[in-house]
Design a protein around this ligand. Sequence first.
Ligand code: NZQ
Ligand code: ZN
Length: 382
Amino acid sequence: MNFSYVNPTKIQFGQGQIASIKDLITQSSKVLVMYGGGSIKKNGVYQQLSDALSGHQWIEFSGVEPNPTAEQLEQAVIMCKTEDIDFIVAVGGGSVIDGAKYVAAAACYEGDGWDILIGQHAIQKAIPLGAILTLPATGSESNSGAVITKASTKDKLPFMHPLVQPKFAVMDPDVMKTLPERQLINGLVDAWVHVCEQYLTTAAGNMVQDGYAETLLKNLLALGKDYANRDNDQWRANLMWTANQALNGLIGAGAAQDWATHMIGHELTALYHVDHARSLAIVQPSLLRNQAANKAQKLKQMGMNVFGLADSETLVADTINAIEAFYVSLNVPVQLTEHTNAKSEAIEDIIKQLEKHGMVALGESQAITLDVTRAILEEAVA
Ligand code: NZQ
Ligand code: ZN
C-alpha cells in the first residue's frame, strides 16, 4: 500500500526531562496545564512542572476523569476561550492527553465540541499542545487520536486530526514509580492490543512493519514474564518506549488495520465502566477465534515469531490460546462480568450502541457485521 508518514512529536525521553519543557514552549505563551485526579501532586511531577514553568504565565485545569467526558471538558474549553490560552500542557495518561486534544480543538470552534466526534465539524484550527506522560499505554502522547465520552448518552467515540498531535512528549520513566499495579498492567495490555490491531490483519509481506511489530510484541511478552522485576529503571524505560512505539503510526503505515476489538471494547467501557485495556482483553480472544480463518496467516506468523511455537495443524488456535494465556498470567479477565443484567440483554445493549455509532462493518475487511459481533459477544460476555 502507498503511504505518507510523518511523526512530528518531539520526544524528550529519560529521567529529569520534565525540566526541558521550559525551552519547548514559547516564553510569551499563556499556558493551560491540564491534569487528572491528583496523582501528579503525589509523585513530584507537579513540582517539576511548576519549576519548569516558573518563567511562564500559566493556569491549571484539574480533575480530568479517566475516560474523559465532553461534559467535563467543556469547562476547560470555556477557560481557554476566556483566558486566551495559546498553549496546553497535558500531564497524565491517555485520558488527560486525549482530553487536552479535545479541548485544543473545541476551543477554536464556536459550536458544540461534540460535533467533532460525530463528524459535524472538520477541525480547522487547534491550540498547540504538549504532553508529559505519566502512564505508558495509549500512545496518545505522540499520535493524533483521542477518544472522548458523552456521559449523557454513553457514547465513547474516537477522532483523529494532525492539528491535535502533541508538539512534544516528555517520557520520564521515573513517573511510573507511583502507578498502581492495575494501571501498569493495563498499559502492557493496551500496548499489546495496539500492535495486534495493526499486525494481525492481512499478510502483505511488509517486512519492516511486521518485523518491528514482532519486536514490540516480544518486548511486551518479556516484560510481562519479568513482571516480578518491574521496580527497575530498565523495565520501566522499556515499557514506556515500547508502548509509545506501538501506536505512533509507524507499524500501521502501509498496513491493513483492524481496530474492531477497540471499537467493541469502547462500548464496554461506556456501558459498564470497564477499564479500556481490560475491555480489549475481554473482546480480543473471542474476536480472534471468530476471525481465525481470515487472520490465519498472520496468526501463524505471530505464533512462530513471537511465541516461538512450532508450525502445526493447530498453530492458529495455539496462538490465540497463547494470547489469552498472556492476559490470564497478568490476572486480566477475558470475559465481561461487569454487566448487571442478563447476558442476552447485555449483548443487545452493546449491539444497539454499535449500531448507533455506525460500527456495523468492522475489521480490516469489514467482515465484522453486527451479527458477527453478536457471535463474538456470546463468547466474551459471561
Ligand atoms: O487522574 P490521576 O490522578 O492522574 O490518576 C490516573 C487515573 O486514575 C492514574 N495515573 C496515571 N498516571 C499515574 C497514575 N497514578 C499514579 N501514578 C501515575 N504516574 O491512572 C488512572 C488511569 O489513567 P488514564 O489516563 O485513564 O489511563 P490510560 O492511559 O490507560 O488512558 C485510557 C484512555 O485512553 C483512551 C481510552 O479509550 C481511555 O479513554 N485511548 C486513547 C488512545 C489514543 N489517544 O491513541 C488509544 C487507546 O486505544 C485508547 O482508546
Ligand atoms: Zn487501546
